[in-house]
Design a protein around this ligand. Structure first.
Ligand code: TYM
Length: 339
C-alpha cells in the first residue's frame, strides 16, 4: 500500500539521529506518539544519520545503530506499509536542500540555538561547522515533505521554530514554496529525565550509565536502574507530583504515566502511604513489560537482513518521490538551471 497519494491526509514527519542506542526518552518522547498517529496522517520517519556526523562515531557502530533504529521503529509499532521509514542519507535531496537553506539561515539565528551552545560546551575539541549549521539541514529534512506537524520533544522545539522562520523567509522572497509546519509535543513524556540526574534529559549520546534506560536493555538491568533512581531529599518520602522540588519523583511519575496511561492523581492515589521502596520497582516493572515485546521484535528483525534491505530500499524510494518534487521547485525558484 502506498499512503503517499492520499491528498486528504495531513502530513507528519520526524527523525532521530543514531548517535546512541535509543532510550526510554526517545520512545516515550517521540516514537510511541508517532505510532499512535499512522491512521490519521501520512507519516515520514527517518534515521538522521547525516546529523549523526556532527559528532565522532565509530563507523561500524554508526552503521549498526542506524539499522537497529530502523528495526526498533518497526518493533515500536511503526508499520512500514502505513509509514514511510527511511535512512536520511539514502535520499540525497536532504543534503541538497540543506545547502540551499544554509544560504537562507542567518549566522545570528544559528548562534542563538541553545543546543549548539550546549553541545559546543560539552565537546570543546570538536566544534565543527556541521554542528553550527545543523538546524539548516534539519529545516531541509522537514520542508522537503511539506508536513503539517513535526512531533518533537521539548529540546528540539527551537529548531522547528527556526525552520518556520526560514520557510517564511523563503516564501516571502519567492512566493509560496514551503508549508510552514507546527511543532507538536506530547503532553506526557515530552521530557524524560536521567534517572540519576533528574535535572538533565535522558540522552542517548551520553556515556552508558545507570541513569538511562535503553530499548534493548535486559529486564534485570532495567529493574536495577529503577531501584537506584534518585527520588528526593526533602525527607517527605511520598509520591507527589512536584517537578520543582521533587524532580526525580516527578520524572518517575511521568514515565509511569506515559507507560500505563494513568494520570498523576491516579498514581498519587495508587501509591499513597506506600513509599519509594514500592513505587520505584513498580515503575521498573511497568517499563520492563512495555519494552519486552519491542526488544524481542527488534532482535528478530535485526536477524533478517533481506527484510531490512527491502525496508531501506522501499522507504527511500517513497521518500525520494516527494522530496525531489520540492527540491525541483526550490532549484527553479532560486535560479538553478534545470538538469
Ligand atoms: P534526537 O535524536 O536528539 O532526539 C529524537 C527525538 O526524541 C526526543 N527526545 C526526547 N524526548 C523526551 N525526553 C527525552 N529524554 C528525549 N530525548 C530525545 C527529541 O526531542 C526528538 O524529538 N535534530 C533531531 C533529529 C532530527 C529531526 C529532523 C527531528 C533531524 N532532522 C527533522 C525532527 C524533524 C535530534 O537530534 O533529535
Amino acid at each position: 500500500m502506498d499512503n503517499i497519494s492520499s491528498p486528504a491526509k495531513k502530513v507528519m514527519l520526524s527523525g532521530i539521529k543514531p548517535t546512541g542506542d535509543l532510550t526510554l526518552g526517545s520512545y516515550l518522547g517521540a516514537i510511541k506518539n508517532w505510532a499512535e498517529r499512522a491512521e490519521q496522517y501520512d507519516c515520514y520517519y527517518f534515521m538522521a544519520d547525516l546529523h549523526a556526523l556532527t559528532i565522532r562515531n565509530n563507523p561500524a557502530d554508526l552503521r549498526r545503530r542506524t539499522l537497529e533504529q530502523l528495526a526498533q521503529y518497526v518493533a515500536c509499532g511503526l508499520d512500514p506499509q502505513k509509514n514511510t521509514l527511511f535512512i536520511q542519507s539514502h535520499v540525497p535531496a536532504h543534503a541538497e536542500l540543506g545547502w540551499v537553506l544554509n544560504c537562507y539561515t542567518m549566522f545570528g539565528e544559528l548562534s542563538r540555538m541553545t543546543q549548539f551552545k550546549d553541545k559546543s560546551a560539552k565537546n570543546a575539541d570538536n566544534i565543527n561547522g556541521g554542528l553550527f549549521t545543523y538546524p539548516a539541514l534539519m529545516a531541509a529534512d522537514i520542508l522537503l515533505y511539506q508536513p503539517d506537524l513535526v512531533p518533537v520533544g521539548d529540546d528540539q522545539k527551537q529548531h522547528v521554530e527556526l525552520t518556520r522562520d526560514v520557510a517564511q523567509r523563503f516564501n516571502n522572497l519567492y512566493g509560496e514554496t514551503f508549508k510552514v509546519p507546527e511543532p507538536f509535543s506530547p503532553k506526557v513524556g515530552a521530557r524524560i529525565m536521567d534517572l540519576l540526574d533528574p535535572r538533565s534529559k535522558m540522552s542517548k549520546s551520553d556515556e552508558v550509565g545507570n541513569g538511562r534506560v535503553c530499548l534493548m536493555d535486559r529486564p534485570e538491568d532495567i529493574a536495577r536502574k529503577f531501584k537506584r533512581a534518585v527520588t528526593d531529599s526533602d525527607g517527605e518520602r511520598c509520591v507527589r507530583y512536584d517537578p520543582e522540588n521533587k524532580p526525580g519523583v516527578a520524572n518517575l511519575m511521568s514515565i509511569y504515566s506515559a507507560v500505563t496511561g494513568e494520570s498523576f492523581e491516579e498514581i498519587e492515589r495508587e501509591f499513597d502511604g506506600k513509599g519509594y521502596g514500592v513505587f520505584k520497582p513498580a515503575v521498573g516493572e511497568a517499563v520492563i513489560e512495555a519494552l519486552r515485546p519491542i526488544r524481542e521484535e527488534a532482535e528478530k528483525i535485526m536477524k533478517d537482513k533481506a527484510y531490512l534491505e527491502t525496508l531501506c530500499r522501499d522507504g527511500a524510494e517513497r521518500a525520494s518521490r516527494i522530496a525531489y518534487r520540492t527540491l525541483r521547485k526550490v532549484y527553479k525558484k532560486v535560479g538553478l538551471v534545470a538538469r
